[in-house]
Ligand binder design. Structure first.
Ligand SMILES: C[S@@+](CC[C@H](N)C(=O)[O-])C[C@H]1O[C@@H](n2cnc3c(N)ncnc32)[C@H](O)[C@@H]1O
Length: 338
């Protein structure tokens, strides 16, 4: 094959990326994945369980085999692969909610990416929506549920690395600033029995966070605080954790937020920032996921992914000192002190 043909072939696969998202989201949305968690099934059995059209269900199953989500067993039966099993609700590292988030929310929003690149404005700004992305969620509780559940999926996936890197055994009282539905705090407290803490987030997250705390039997060690982190951060915590929060905001807002953290921080306290750093001027496929995440920030909340140097710049602009950088799997931790 000529070089041009090889490149065109590869390009065709890239161009069809939306089909993959849609097929995976459909398998989750229709219950095909859940039907297969019980064991091998024929397409007709899956269709009966999911109330779908059997011949079309078989076509979906064949595509899922091609994508490595299912395996065919004999001429008529299908089962989930180990990767496909991660789409099930009960999987220890389930990405079920993330699949729905990509397929039902992000893929629609990304269709308007050209408008954001043309104007530098987010989807919410272009729609004239008050309060940006989180204001929109306040008015659309269903979308907020999808978003919070997806963040919980992603956070559970990386929690072990973050906890191993972050030394939370000696963290004292932790405040997870913008901690959403409480997934990370619960995992930290589970791993570190002498640590206690709270989640600070918008009212929208309160019910889910309280449910997570109760389900983990942690009412005596964890609580939820409703608040706007731009208005202020409550004092009395030794560790302020910010995971996937700063990347939502422009530099100016980040400095306000970090300065609020500084005012609330005990003298010997620390701020732990968990983000994915963009390698400076590394445009290779290694950094593709963070580079695409950056476009997601442009289209969504209006923030950006940043290099380590850019995060350090924000920290020092807020009057803080960068103490350490610690790699944590897919993430990096930046530890800041007064
Ligand atoms: C990208 S999510 C990250 C959630 C969580 N830290 C995680 O990594 O799973 C950002 C969080 O910031 C919260 N947030 C946004 N604006 C806020 C504000 N003004 N005050 C408090 N929380 C806010 C959102 O509700 C959301 O839960």
């Amino acid at each position: 094959m000529s070089n041009a043909l090889v490149f065109a072939d590869r390009l065709l696969d890239l161009l069809g990326g939306h089909r993959v998202t849609a097929a995976l989201c459909t398998a989750v949305e229709l219950g095909v994945v859940e039907a297969l968690t019980a064991g091998e099934r024929t397409a007709t059995e899956v269709a009966n369980e999911c109330s779908t059209h059997a011949p079309s269900t078989e076509r979906l199953l064949i595509a899922l085999v091609a994508l490595g989500i299912c395996q065919s067993v004999g001429p008529t039966r299908y089962r989930l692969t180990d990767m496909g099993a991660c789409l099930a609700n009960s999987a220890s590292h389930s990405l079920r909610s993330w699949a729905l988030f990509e397929g039902k929310m992000l893929s629609h929003s990304w269709m308007g990416l050209a408008e954001s690149v043309r104007s530098g404005r987010t989807a919410a700004e272009l729609a004239g929506a008050d309060g940006g992305r989180y204001g929109q969620m306040h008015r659309d509780p269903e979308a907020a549920l999808v978003f919070d559940a997806a963040m919980a999926n992603m956070t559970r996936l990386v929690a072990r690395d973050l906890i191993a890197a972050g030394d939370f055994n000696s963290a004292g009282k932790v405040l997870d600033v913008g901690g959403g539905a409480g997934t990370l705090l619960v995992e930290i407290l589970r791993a570190c029995p002498t640590t206690s803490g709270s989640i600070l987030d918008l009212e929208r997250c309160e019910a889910a966070a309280r449910r997570a705390i109760d389900a983990a039997g942690m009412r005596s060690r964890a609580s939820f605080l409703t608040g706007d982190f731009f208005a202020g951060i409550p004092a009395g915590f030794d560790t302020l954790l910010l995971k996937n929060v700063l990347h939502n905001w422009d530099d100016e807002r980040c400095v306000v937020l970090l300065a609020n953290c500084r005012s609330a921080l005990a003298d010997a306290g620390r701020i732990v920032i968990a983000e994915r750093f963009l390698p400076p001027r590394d445009y290779s496929s290694r950094s593709a996921s963070t580079a695409l995440g950056d476009l997601n920030m442009l289209r969504g909340p209006g923030g950006r992914e940043r290099s380590e140097a850019a995060y350090c710049g924000l920290v020092t602009s807020a009057g803080l000192r960068v103490a350490r950088r610690i790699p944590a799997g897919r993430y990096d931790l930046l530890v800041a002190t007064r």
